[in-house]
Design a binder for this molecule. Structure first.
Ligand code: ATP
Ligand code: MG
Length: 198
């Protein structure tokens, strides 16, 4: 491992990116939430980075990149395009606020499983925890728990327009290093592979 320097390792995850029109709808739904009591104590995720994680690969060494990408390409084309929509709120304990994902959830869960399997075959350290489709909207800061229940309730009535998922996206995550917010995009599209057409 001594030959793998910091520059040879990137933090990668497979995800879906809803279309801009859906992100715009969600942005409108989220705006009033940010004025609710306690909302200013959360770290809100910036809309341009909004995504639905399929599988998180962690720090991927350079030499595994192309094999991983080949596996993801082959996984993607085994799935037909499928419809999803965003709906309702949810939370992971008192730490993470999210909006739910509905529609062809069985296909989504299988695609996520295939993406995770691609990572496991490259011996990347994936967690075995159950997959819960979601789009993260906000996180508690540090160790301070947050009462997310009113925010979840406020999202009860939200239902976004359906869209057709046509590609699997590989995103790079850059942890904030410079301390200057917004200096570089948090998530960068590394690659995208089409699902099988029709
Ligand atoms: P931060 O870690 O600074 O709060 P983040 O979680 O958005 O930001 P990453 O930790 O790089 O950034 O994660 C990228 C995406 O992968 C996020 O959607 C995150 O929720 C998801 N993710 C991170 N770790 C895991 C994991 N172990 N299992 C499943 N998904 C994960
Ligand atoms: Mg994280």
């Amino acid at each position: 491992m001594a030959s793998v320097g910091q520059t040879g390792v990137v933090r990668l995850f497979a995800a879906l990116q809803p279309p801009d029109a859906v992100l715009t709808q969600l942005r409108s739904a989220v705006r009033p939430l940010r004025t609710l009591p306690g909302a200013d104590r959360l770290r809100w995720t910036p809309p341009p980075g909004w995504h639905i994680t399929l599988a998180f690969f962690g720090e991927v060494p350079e030499e595994k990149r192309s094999a991983l990408e080949g596996r993801l390409f082959r996984a993607a084309r085994r799935y037909p395009a499928f419809p999803l929509h965003l709906a309702g709120g949810g939370r992971f304990g008192d730490r993470v606020l999210w909006v739910g994902v509905q529609g062809a959830r069985r296909t989504l869960v299988r695609l996520a499983g295939s993406a995770a399997a691609a990572g496991r075959r490259e011996h990347l350290g994936l967690e075995e925890r159950a997959y819960h489709p979601h789009l993260t909207l906000a996180r508690a800061r540090g160790r301070t728990p947050a009462d997310l229940r009113p925010l979840v309730t406020a999202l009860d009535d939200f239902t976004g327009d359906p869209w057709q998922v046509t590609e699997l996206v590989l995103l790079r995550s850059r942890l904030p290093a410079s301390g200057v917010p917004g200096e570089q995009p948090r998530y960068e599209r590394v690659a995208a592979w089409p699902l099988a057409a029709g």
